[in-house]
Structures are given as C-alpha cells and as structure tokens.
Write a protein of this length. Structure first.
Length: 319
C-alpha cells in the first residue's frame, strides 16, 4: 500500500498504526511549568474562530493554566517530537492538507494554521478570515516554492460524498490527485447503520475518483453537558461518564465500529484517535462541544505531524 508516495508492506503499516495507537491511548495530561503570556490574544496569529470578548470562556484558560498541560505518553517504541513546519514541507512535497467536516474540523484546520504560523514566527495572511464555509491558507516553505502546500477546510456536517449541505462546494473541485484528506463523521449524530453506509460510500467514492489521495480518519470527541462548571478544572485522570445529550454517549461505540469498517475494507486509511485524550479535557471549552483555540486541540497537530514524520522515516519513496 502507498501513503503520501511512500510504499509500505501492510504488516509494517499495521505495526506503525499500533505504535501510533500507543501515543493516543497510553498517556496522561501532565502539568508542565512554563511561562504563559498575560494576554490570550498574544497566542493568536489570526482572528479567533468565534468572536472574542472579555467574557468569552476562552479567556479563562490562562487563569486555570490549561495551556500548561501536555499529553505525555509512555510508549517505548516511537517517541513524538516537536512540531516543525519545514519538516512538513519535506513530507508533503507540495501536496495539500484538506479538512472536510463540521465546525470541529474547522477548528482542527484553524489549530494547524495557528501552529504553522507560531512555529515559523509568521503573521496571519491578510486575506484569511474566520468566517464562511470554505477556508484556506498557503504555507510558504522558505524558498522551496515547489514544496509550498495549502491547508483547506470545506464545511460538511455529514459524510455526503464530500458535498456541503450549506454551499454547493464539491471538494473534488479542489482536491489534488496526491493530496492528504482528513475525514471525520462529524459531531452530528446518525444511527449506526446510516453512519457506516455514509462512511463506506464516501470511501468508495474517494477510492474511485481520487485513488492517489491519502486519507486520515479522525475519530469523534463527545461534548461536555455542564461545561460552564468545569472551565477552570484540571484535566481528568480517568474517562468520565459521557452525557447522553445529543447522543454523545454513543460516540465511543460509533468510533469503534467506524474503525472496524475502515480496517476491514480500507486498511490504507491512517486512523487518528483523539477521543482517548480529549475525553479527559472537560476544561477549556468555548461551549459544550467546541474547545478553545489555543488550547488542548494543539495535540491533534502533534499526533498528525508525528504520524506523518514516522511514515516518512520508515518507508522509501515509491517508484
């Protein structure tokens, strides 16, 4: 099988996925003493994904020191390293990163954008806006223009063959033949049968129309029902009982059956589990479903970057 131009035997691919699973599941949120700026806006290069005002709950994350907690795994085989944008330039080789999904996928896009700009000490492009149903930013790979890549998000609350319900944007109009596609089922509930049918139809569609595209499937994190009372708490040590609101208590089960479908029929898909770490972060929420940016979702960039980096290291370029 091939992923981002790298050819790996299936057994080696599954071994790597097992190592990545260790990162996702075998860790804890540990307090790390470091300097935090007094003004949350100094952490942002771009406008906030939601309107910022003094009483915004995200202003509290400095008070409760939530930015000082890091996900520390206990995995002996592969070690995660610090995010480095220019390494991502080498890995992608001009391919683009494409987020398709709901408002959580939009936050995932915005966190990656912020991390790219912060790590490279660059300002936010003037033509970027936090509004609309289609966002994108090109990242300049420091003189190697053939390696520049674009990150892009298009709104779609469900897996509907890539077509947005809000706007008639079809992602195949933008998706390159060798790009990286980040998929998620969305936080909008569908019964098990409907969910699996949508996921299977979407993957068959991608496989047929864009066979060279590499796919990452991110699983889904439930919301927090009484989030206002937990904004200033430390991260949890054990998985909590998830609220039944909006079927959030069914997301863990649906994450598992989605993964089973992909492993059985689409083993080339890279699975990224954010549920296991994020279910412990009932703090740092903007509302019941959305987390603050900056905040714990920076870990999603860490997971994606380190998975891509290790695939790059362990596989030769395909002919």
């Amino acid at each position: 099988m091939t992923f981002l131009g790298k050819k790996l035997p299936l057994l080696q691919w599954r071994s790597l996925q097992s190592d990545f699973d260790c990162w996702y599941k075998n860790g804890s949120w540990d307090y790390v003493e470091r300097h935090i700026f007094d003004n949350i806006l100094l952490y942002r290069k771009c406008p906030a994904p939601y309107n910022y005002h003094p009483h915004n709950p995200c202003a509290w994350i400095l008070d409760n020191k939530s930015l000082k907690y890091d996900w520390v795994d206990i995995c002996p085989t592969l070690k995660r390293t610090k995010f480095e944008p220019l390494n991502l330039c080498k890995i992608l080789q001009g391919r683009n990163i494409y987020f398709l999904g709901d408002s959580i996928a939009r936050l995932n896009y915005m966190v990656l954008k912020e991390e790219l700009l912060l790590a490279s000490n660059r300002s936010c492009p003037k033509d970027n806006s936090p509004g609309g149903f289609h966002l994108h930013m090109e990242f300049d790979c420091s003189g190697a223009s053939d390696r520049n890549f674009t990150i892009r998000w298009v709104s779609s609350n469900h897996l509907k063959l890539g077509k947005s319900e809000q706007h008639s944007i079809i992602w195949e109009d933008h998706l390159g033949a060798q790009d990286l596609l980040i998929l998620n089922r969305g936080a909008h509930y569908a019964p098990d049968e409907d969910l699996l049918q949508e996921l299977d139809a979407t993957m068959r569609y991608v496989q047929h129309t864009h066979p060279g595209v590499s796919v990452v499937y991110r699983n889904t994190v439930p919301g927090v029902a009484d989030w206002k009372g937990k904004t200033t708490l430390a991260p949890l040590k054990q998985k909590p009982e998830v609220a039944r609101s909006w079927h959030w208590n069914e997301f863990e089960h649906q994450n598992e059956i989605s993964r089973q479908l992909l492993e059985t029929h689409y083993p080339q898909v890279l699975h990224m589990d954010v549920f296991s770490s994020m279910v412990l972060r009932e703090d740092a929420h903007y509302d019941g479903l959305h987390m603050c940016v900056p905040g714990p979702m920076s870990l999603w960039v860490d997971f994606l970057y380190n998975a891509l980096l290790n695939i790059e290291k362990q596989a030769p370029a395909s002919a």
